[in-house]
Design a protein around this ligand. Structure first.
Ligand SMILES: *[C@@H]1O[C@H](CO)[C@@H](O)[C@H](O)[C@H]1NC(C)=O
Ligand SMILES: *[C@@H]1O[C@H](CO)[C@@H](O)[C@H](O)[C@H]1NC(C)=O
Ligand SMILES: *[C@@H]1O[C@H](CO)[C@@H](O)[C@H](O)[C@H]1NC(C)=O
Ligand SMILES: *[C@@H]1O[C@H](CO)[C@@H](O)[C@H](O)[C@H]1NC(C)=O
Ligand SMILES: *[C@@H]1O[C@H](CO)[C@@H](O)[C@H](O)[C@H]1NC(C)=O
Length: 414
């Protein structure tokens, strides 16, 4: 009897994990998030950090970076109303794995749909993001739904952590996002047995996504981006050179955000591209420092209505994001992605070597704006949706819109 149950268990495990769990020599391991040992020290440092009072230093408010009162209130919430164990238990409701590919440990979440014919979908996060930014839509993506044209759709979802982020190991110094693309192609095809898949990327995640789309055109049969690995036109002269006139107030607003990023929002980008070791070492063991550096990005890159429906990007989410960076000790390795890919956002647009469809979602408060004709230059653009709610972290900042647009992939999937 016991033997029978055991055999049944084994059978169901191989169905659930199926699709090549032990495939072509790779052996993925189940993984459990267990970072609680680091929490007492983190909370001690959060408590002991001495911030100035507003009389000691009044600052210039948030035009000069994160406002002191915002940082204080986040810190207070961390101390009084944040429960890592509760968060960790929620994270462990997903199926986490690690697997070694090309000598790197790659961490990923893998949630399969019940329907075997569902579309395999690889979701790529950026900086200062992580796998966390897609959790609000993972289960929904695996469920049966319909596209706007009424076609059935569901996904087998794979969310890897970029090398150097969360539980994926730090890559060698010469690593680029093209290398990440190759490793993720191996993950999808060889480890998980998905010969053809779709992929979405935002922020730095757009770089491996685009590289997969461009260089692995037999396996990547649809790509979807919310950011491009090509520089956004960020001046009136850029737009004029491209013969682009922005007709709607939404587009004009988004273009202004792009210009603001380029003139007063990119100091972190230059620091992380040129001197990652300095900022990385300064903040590696400094949770309140990471909160200031990372929290400012979450707040200023999202919709001012963040945290109100449909956005789930509240302050608890920011504290969770920063806790993950601190507890995994990956702040230093994460900022190296800028240094290693200093030409990551190319200035001339080239078309990907593929006939596969490209979808694009723009969000009002994102920090880069690529008008439709620009996106059409780099791939076979079939869908361009512009949303007037949300920003740089759409999985948190406007989950229904991202979910809707991802489901549109099925319209173009063959
Ligand atoms: C990158 O660095 C690794 C490890 O240091 C080395 O084995 C590899 O040959 C290097 N690759 C290139 C393309 O230089
Ligand atoms: C812009 O439009 C002008 C006039 O129609 C044309 O000569 C030029 O080639 C266009 N430039 C681009 C980049 O499309
Ligand atoms: C910055 O401060 C202004 C004025 O207090 C406020 O309206 C705005 O929401 C703040 N922005 C951020 C990103 O905190
Ligand atoms: C894939 O890329 C190769 C190399 O650029 C190209 O020759 C081929 O036509 C592409 N295939 C598809 C289906 O686009
Ligand atoms: C995802 O599914 C849950 C449960 O059905 C639902 O409550 C939630 O609104 C859905 N999320 C989105 C973004 O549609």
């Amino acid at each position: 009897m016991l033997e029978k149950q055991f055999a049944f268990l084994l059978a169901s495990v191989s169905i659930v994990l199926g699709n090549g769990l032990v495939h072509k020599g790779f052996s993925p391991q189940k993984f459990t998030v267990d970072l609680s040992a680091g929490v007492p020290r983190m909370m001690d440092l959060v408590r002991e950090t001495r911030l100035p009072s507003s009389s000691e230093f009044s600052g210039l408010g948030n035009s000069s970076g994160i406002a002191l009162d915002v940082l204080e209130s986040l810190r207070t919430q961390w101390l009084e109303n944040f429960n890592w164990d509760h968060e960790e238990a929620a994270l462990n409701k997903y199926n986490h794995f690690t697997v070694e590919i090309e000598g790197l440990t790659i961490h990923y979440i893998h949630q399969r749909a019940s329907d075997k014919s569902s579309i395999p979908l690889l979701l790529n996060h950026g900086w200062p993001g992580s796998f966390l930014e897609f959790l609000p839509i993972v289960n929904n993506l695996t469920e049966k739904s319909k596209t706007s044209k009424g076609q059935p759709v569901s996904f087998h979802v794979v969310i890897p952590s970029l090398p150097g982020f969360a539980f994926s190991s730090q890559p060698p110094a010469n690593w680029t996002t093209d290398d990440t693309a190759r490793v993720f192609n191996t993950l999808m095809r060889e480890v998980l047995g998905y010969d053809q898949f779709a992929t979405f990327g935002t922020d730095w995640g757009c770089a491996p996504t685009y590289s997969l789309y461009d260089n692995f055109n037999t396996s990547v049969r649809a790509a979807h981006l919310a950011f491009l690995p090509f520089s956004a036109p960020s001046s009136a002269a850029d737009l004029a050179a491209l013969n682009i006139t922005l007709s709607s107030p939404l587009q004009q607003f988004e273009e202004q955000r792009s210009m603001d990023w380029a003139t007063s929002g990119n100091a972190y980008f230059l620091e992380q591209t040129t001197k990652p070791n300095t900022i990385g070492l300064a903040l590696l063991d400094n949770p309140v420092g990471q909160l200031a550096w990372i929290g400012e990005k979450y707040i200023s890159w999202s919709d001012p209505k963040a945290g109100t429906s449909p956005s789930v990007l509240n302050h608890n989410e920011i504290l969770l994001a920063v806790s993950l960076y601190y507890l995994t000790r990956t702040f230093l390795s994460s900022v190296y992605i800028y240094f290693q890919n200093s030409d990551g956002f190319k200035t001339s647009y080239t078309k990907a070597h593929t006939d596969a469809p490209l979808l694009f979602s723009a969000f009002k408060y994102n920090v880069g704006f690529w008008p439709e004709p620009v996106v059409a230059k780099v791939g076979n653009l079939v869908m361009y949706n512009n949303h007037d709610f949300g920003g740089h972290f759409p999985g948190l900042d406007n989950p229904p819109a991202l979910l809707h647009d991802l489901r549109e992939i099925a319209t173009y999937w063959e």
